[in-house]
Design a protein around this ligand. Structure first.
Ligand SMILES: NC(=O)c1ccc[n+]([C@@H]2O[C@H](COP(=O)([O-])OP(=O)(O)OC[C@H]3O[C@@H](n4cnc5c(N)ncnc54)[C@H](O)[C@@H]3O)[C@@H](O)[C@H]2O)c1
Length: 257
């Protein structure tokens, strides 16, 4: 386990105890990091505050990633409290429910806009705020969460697959922009895990079953396994890795027929 003592991280995307971002937050905190967690709305504030209360001296901040003012307000708040930033985990994604059950060809302009804005553009906007804080530390690590639906068709994943393709391309462009400042930008492409976001995808339990049947490891992945890979990408063990999409999916992506 890498040592994160003295490191400060911003975690965006905790909704409840099953959130992938929460598993990563717990791993980072256990390794010694001090964390800021965000909540997107009053509805989720209490959940995030309750989970945050189990961490050592957390900073809890509002951030709907669809709002530029809320994203921009994170910078001064983090600077005041942490005096810089070592890592950013981006785990926010959303598409209107109808877009995840109707045929893809029915995708509405507004559904497309919201999915791409919340799930992909937000990485760019958050990284822009994090970068000057990371520069103060001589560099940093940005990590986002994606899915293989960016490359292949999964029933009902629809516009979220398009958003994940944009997210992965954004990882590469951000990595290129910020590499000279020793800021690395990577993604984990996780296998399916039953979370709040996953519950919004019609037929998700079928995807879980197909992975169990066909992935080389013949099983699904666990939250702790994604968190372990995240610790590698957030920590110094991956200091020469950037622009990378790391598949943590029990090997499912290599399968053909
Ligand atoms: N669960 C899976 O099978 C799986 C697989 C691969 C990738 N992912 C990705 O992992 C990430 C985390 O998802 P999860 O599965 O842990 O589910 P989750 O529902 O726990 O997390 C999604 C998060 O996005 C946040 N969010 C949505 N709209 C937002 C907004 N406007 N502003 C700020 N935050 C907003 C939610 O509050 C929630 O915390 C997502 O990017 C998801 O696409 C999930």
């Amino acid at each position: 386990m890498p040592d994160f003592t003295g490191k400060h991280g911003l975690i965006v995307g905790v909704a409840n105890k099953r959130s992938i971002s929460w598993a990563i937050a717990q791993a980072a905190a256990a390794a010694g990091a001090r964390l800021a967690l965000t909540y997107p709305s009053e509805r989720l504030e209490e959940n995030v505050r309750e989970l945050g209360a189990t961490l050592e001296n957390p900073l809890i901040l509002p951030c709907d990633v669809g709002s530029d003012p809320q994203i921009e307000a994170l910078g001064p708040a983090l600077d005041r409290e942490f005096g810089g930033l070592d890592f950013l985990l981006h785990g926010a994604a959303f598409a209107p429910p109808a877009e995840l059950s109707n045929p893809f060809v029915q995708t509405s302009r507004e559904g497309f806009r919201i999915a791409l804005d919340v799930s992909a553009y937000s990485l760019v906007a958050l990284t822009r705020v994090a970068a000057p804080l990371m520069e103060k530390r001589g560099g940093g690590s940005v990590l986002t969460l994606t899915y293989l639906g960016s490359q292949r068709v999964f029933t009902n994943y629809n516009v979220m697959g398009v958003a994940k393709a944009a997210l992965e391309a954004s990882v590469r462009y951000l990595a290129s922009d910020l590499g000279a400042k020793n800021i690395r930008v990577n993604a984990i492409s996780a296998g399916p895990i039953k979370t709040l976001a996953a519950a919004g995808i019609s037929g998700f339990s079928n995807i879980l079953q197909v992975y169990r049947d066909r992935a080389p490891l013949r099983r699904n992945v666990e939250l702790a396994e994604v968190a372990d890979a995240a610790m590698f990408l957030l920590g110094s063990g991956s200091r020469a890795v950037t622009g990378e999409i790391l598949l943590v999916d029990a090997g499912y992506h290599v399968t053909g027929i």
